[in-house]
Design a protein around this ligand. Sequence first.
Ligand code: BLA
Length: 321
Amino acid sequence: YSNGCSTTRLSMVVPCMSGKKSHSPSCSSTFLYEKFIEFALEETKCYTPLLPSPLQTKFSTLLAMDGNTELEMSSFESTKLRLWRNLSIKGKKNEGGVQVMDFAVFPKPEFDLPIFCANFFSVADINIVVLDLNPLYNVINEKGYKEKYYIGLIHLAAKYAELLPWGGKLTAESLQFFSPIVIWTKFSSCPEKYDALFSAFKDYYKAFLELMHQAEEETDVSRIRRNRAAQHKYLTWRTEKDPGHGMLSRLIGESMAKEVISGFLFNGVLDLGSATFNEYFPEYKCEDGSISVKRSMIGKSYEKRPWNANGEFIGDNRDNT
Ligand code: BLA
C-alpha cells in the first residue's frame, strides 16, 4: 500500500506544509521534527482522505510569551479517526531553544485501535522521547488485546532496542498507558540518533496505519461505549498529569495552556465521558477529596525495560535494578 503512495496522494491544503517544502522560502525552518509530521500527513493520505478538524479554527498558531517560540497546531479527522492532531513547538534551534512534537492520533470509539503517540521534547542537548501505539486496554493482564495488536509488532521493539535504548526510570503510573513496543528513550543530540528516531517513527506510524486500514467498525453499542470510556480514561490521565504541562504554562500562560490541553491536545476529555480523575485514579485522592498535585504517587520506577523480547511484562518488581 505505502509503496505506490506518492502517485496516489490526494492534494490537500496544509498551510506551510504542503508541496515542495525545500522550494518554499517561507518553510525553510530548522524545526527538528518538520519532516516527521510531513511524513505522517502524506502517509495518512495514502490510506484515507483527511478532513479539516473543527478544532482548526480555534487552534492554529500562537506566539509564546518569550516572543521567540512559536506553537503550531494542526488537526484533521477521517473515516476511522476521531482526531489527528499535532502540536509543534518551535524555539530557535541554533540558540538551543525548545523543540517539541506532540503528535497523537485518536481513533473513533467504534474502533478499539491503539492511540498513536509520538512525544518528542528537545532542548539544548537533551532529547526526551516517547513513541508508541498506546493501548486502549491493559496489555499486562488482558492477553487478548495484546495479541490482537502487538504480537505482530514485537519485532519493531527489538529493531530499535539498541539504537534507542530504554530511558531509565520514569513515572511508574505511565506504564499502564504504554505498550510492549514502546520506545522510551533519552539521548544527547546527534545526527545518528535523529536518523534512528525518524526511521522508528516511520515504522511505527506505518504499522499504525496498517492496523487502522484493517480495523473493522464495531457495531455492538456496549463495546463502543467501553472503547469511549477507555479513551476518556487515557485523556483524563494526560490532561491532569502530562509532564509537558509546566513548560506549556511557562510558554503561553496558565489559562491558555489549560485551554490547549483540554480543548486541543486531549480533546474529548470534556465530552467522551463523565467520570472524574479521582474515579479513574483513586490512589491520587487526598483526604479533602481533591486530586494530589503530585505527578506520581508511586514515584519513578523501571530502571530497565520491563518488557522482554516476546512482549511479556517482566517489571512486577518495580525497582528491577
Ligand atoms: C518528560 N515526557 C517526559 C517523560 C515522559 C514523557 C515519560 C519523563 C518524565 C516522567 O517520567 O514522567 C511523556 N508520559 C509521556 C507520555 C505519556 C506519559 C507521552 O505518561 C503518555 C501516556 N512534553 C510535551 C510537551 C512538553 C513536554 C508539549 O508533550 C513541553 C511543552 C515537556 N516532557 C517535557 C519535559 C520533560 C518531559 C520538560 C522533562 C521534565 C520532567 O521530567 O518533568
